[in-house]
Design a protein around this ligand. Structure first.
Ligand SMILES: Nc1ncnc2c1ncn2[C@@H]1O[C@H](COP(=O)(O)OP(=O)(O)OP(=O)(O)O)[C@@H](O)[C@H]1O
Ligand SMILES: [Mg+2]
Length: 258
């Protein structure tokens, strides 16, 4: 089979078995070489496990081709060394270290000169707050550290797992803007439940259900199909204001920012 030149990461029949339980039974997904590919699905559908399977953090079978090269049998450090940056679901921030220290710890040997100019251009706040303890940052600022770390190294792909989870609408819009700019520098696989963010950022999407791929296609088309969105995602349309560029002005509500 000739590889699709537009596909950076091709996952086929990914299976994960943990403690005798089949968590994934056949995930297929393609990550586009440009922009944002969204990985969607209800709670417990297997999104995080898919990401962990791609990274080799859980035992997996099937095929994971990065730029046409098989990585499914490689250890995590080798997979990551091939150029995958990861912002995990819980952000993985060291609360007792400063912003600068968190970033410094992410510098990867052999990944070129750390891209501080890019990170500071995208997130001027991280430069201003370099000496602040990361545990004292807001949820949105911590997410910037998590995403900033993935951009520090020359990566071929960035995977962000629910970066807007638990954030106030105003902060969701801010983080979405950051991801939008990040995706200009490097392709992003975005696990996301906020459909307004998906609508704003994603070109294509993959929907998981019960550990399998249930749908693949253009994100816009899925979101415009209320019946399919309800069936596959279990939700109606979210308010688009939460992630729109004008949300700063139009969304006065600032809920608790975790
Ligand atoms: N280490 C594990 N041991 C046992 N079961 C697990 C493990 N990790 C995940 N699971 C189970 O596998 C299923 C998929 O979990 P996963 O975290 O991948 O879903 P998700 O789509 O990321 O969900 P969420 O939207 O809640 O983040 C769930 O039923 C979960 O309880
Ligand atoms: Mg998850």
């Amino acid at each position: 089979m000739t590889p699709d030149p537009d596909v950076l990461l091709a996952v086929r029949d990914l299976r994960v078995l943990i403690g005798g339980r089949h968590i994934l039974h056949g995930v297929d997904l393609d990550v586009a070489r440009h922009g944002v590919t969204a990985l969607l699905g209800r709670n417990g559908a297997g999104k995080t496990t898919t990401v962990r399977g791609i990274l080799g953090l859980v035992p997996r079978a099937g095929s994971v081709l990065l730029d046409g090269e098989e990585t499914v049998a490689l250890p995590t450090h080798t997979v990551v060394g091939r150029g995958i940056g990861y912002a995990p679901e819980d952000r993985g921030i060291f609360a007792g270290l400063t912003v600068a220290e968190n970033l410094r710890l992410a510098e990867r040997r052999g990944a070129g000169e750390p891209a501080y100019p890019l990170v500071h251009e995208l997130f001027p706040e991280l430069k201003q707050r370099a000496r602040q303890l990361a545990g004292t940052l807001s949820g949105g600022q911590q997410q910037m550290v998590a995403i900033g770390r993935t951009l520090l190294n020359t990566n071929r792909l960035v995977i962000a797992d629910e970066p807007t989870k638990g954030l106030a609408p105003r902060v969701v819009a801010e983080v979405a803007g950051v991801l939008e700019r990040a995706a200009e520098a490097v392709p992003v696989l975005l696990v996301e439940q906020n459909l307004a963010v998906v609508r704003r950022l994603a070109g294509t999407c993959v929907v998981l259900a019960d550990g399998r791929t249930a749908h693949r296609g253009p994100a816009q088309a899925l979101l415009d199909d209320a019946e399919a969105a309800r069936r596959l995602l279990g939700v109606g349309h979210g308010p688009p204001a939460a992630a729109s560029r004008t949300a700063h002005a139009s969304s006065p509500t600032a809920e608790a920012d975790s």
